[in-house]
Design a protein around this ligand. Structure first.
Ligand code: PLP
Length: 448
């Protein structure tokens, strides 16, 4: 596969951008990332004219693939050409807010912002402002964007900034615990309960290989936070309008958070974030409340139109049946391939999310007959239960170097674009076809 143009572009990029990229993970591809010229349905065409089946989909935002349906494209073009934005409200913001409030049970009011990072930053400030407490509990391996309160690693006893530039005095207010570990969470509340403003977690760890919650875990978090007067923040930046359809992961899991953060799909492919939840909490945002929050571009008409028309299209066209059906087929057939060729590996995911985790330990051949419950829950009756990753440490113990340095390139050479490393998840879009799935399965057969 010729990549002369990508190499040349990366060479230029290195001279003017740090690491040659505008978002760190894009440089994970070695020796250099390929540059995209354009999208086409479920595919991308790179700068050298190579066509790849695209399971990355912008790292999550593209529910419909690269060719936007006419109604979506028309709404975007109209809003862009009539004057991109105004600094005063527009109708389409109200339309999208009403749509979300109608479909997501826990959301009574919503504030739109410009990225998932901005949404989680604002949600943390809101929780602190509402409770008058400072500490935030997060999951090890969870991701909430590039923000000061969550760029923290270590454990609750010894939280450390995970990036240069984050003051230790910020990290002290963040308590990282292992996902799916009720005892660790109870211990943190015993010690710090009075000071905990919120527990913030993704419903499914989607930035760390895809780790599903065990049966009852999210309900446990809901109850524990209630008992201690803390808020429960569900970060649905990835899972929102991806898992559980228009009701989001919270409806699939039957759990009601106080605050939900959105991003990615809710902007239909344009920069977006949002913070939704119970009215009396969201109203603590300025100007109705004392928690300052503002943004020049917030509720941008082009983004709002793209998000609204994308979600309306999904509501009217069986988008979730299509993407979840292909997701199920990928997971089922990948499980068979893995059982045959790499029984120590594990297929994870739900709805339109999927990934093969290169875990080392596992059962012998022939005993592997299901993905991790092939679904949204880790359930002890699943034959794979003991082998499904339960937390970030399990995923980190996988063969992450083999995945990134050997396997990724083998897939790319066969025209399949998978996410940059073992940790980022892969997504099915409405534009993907059975043929894309077949080609992809053949490639896995070759590469595994
Ligand atoms: C992507 C992501 C974010 C950050 O969103 P950005 O738009 O990249 O700032 C936050 N939380 C989760 C769960 C995400 O997947």
């Amino acid at each position: 596969m010729n990549d002369d143009n990508s190499r040349e572009l990366y060479d230029r990029a290195l001279s003017v951008m740090p690491g040659g990229v505008n978002s760190a993970v894009r440089a994970a591809i070695e020796p250099y990332p390929f540059f995209v010229q354009k999208g086409d349905g479920g595919h991308v065409i790179d700068a050298d004219g190579n066509r790849l089946v695209d399971w990355v989909m912008g790292l999550g935002p593209l529910l419909l693939g690269h060719d936007l349906p006419d109604q979506v494209r028309a709404a975007i073009q109209q809003n862009a050409s009539e004057g991109p934005m105004y600094g005063t409200p527009t109708e389409v913001e109200v339309d999208l807010a009403e749509f979300v409030v109608r479909h997501v049970p826990s959301v009574e009011k919503i504030r739109f912002v410009n990225s998932g990072t901005e949404a989680t930053t604002s949600a943390v400030r809101l929780a602190r402002g509402y409770t008058g407490r400072n500490k935030i509990v997060v999951m090890q391996g969870g991701y909430h964007g590039a923000q000061e309160s969550t760029l923290v690693e270590g454990d609750a006893e010894n939280p450390q900034p995970s990036s240069a530039g984050v003051p230790h005095s910020f990290a002290e207010h963040t308590l990282p615990v292992p996902f799916n570990d009720e005892d660790a969470m109870r211990a943190v509340f015993e010690e710090h309960g009075e000071d905990i403003a919120a527990v913030m977690t993704e419903p499914i760890l989607g930035n760390y290989g895809i780790v599903s919650p065990e049966d009852g875990y999210l309900e446990f978090l809901r109850e524990l936070t209630d008992e201690h007067g803390s808020l429960f923040i569900l970060d649905e930046v990835i899972t929102g309008f991806r898992v559980g359809g228009l009701g989001c992961a919270q409806s699939e899991f039957g759990v009601t958070p106080d605050i939900t953060t959105f991003g990615k799909i809710i902007g239909g492919g344009f920069p977006v974030g949002a913070i939704g939840g119970k009215a009396h909490i969201i109203e603590q945002f300025a100007p109705s409340g004392p928690v300052f929050q503002a943004g020049t571009f917030s509720g941008h008409p082009v983004t709002m139109a793209a998000g609204l028309e994308t979600l309306q299209f999904a509501a009217e066209n069986g988008v979730y049946d299509h993407v979840n059906g292909l997701g199920e087929r990928l997971r089922t057939d990948l499980s068979e391939i893995v059982a045959d060729q790499a029984p120590e590996y594990t297929v994870v995911g739900t709805d339109s999310m999927f990934k093969v985790i290169f875990t080392r330990a596992g059962p012998g051949k022939n005993s592997l007959d299901e993905a991790c419950t092939d679904g949204c829950r880790q359930n002890p009756t699943c034959p794979r239960y003991d082998h499904c990753p339960k937390n970030a440490a399990d995923v980190k113990n996988a063969e992450t170097e083999r995945w990134r340095r050997v396997f990724w390139g083998q897939m790319k050479a066969q025209g399949i674009f998978l996410s940059q490393n073992q940790f980022e998840c892969q997504f099915v879009s409405y534009a993907h076809t059975d043929e894309d799935v077949e080609r992809t399965l053949e490639a896995y057969k070759e590469a595994l």
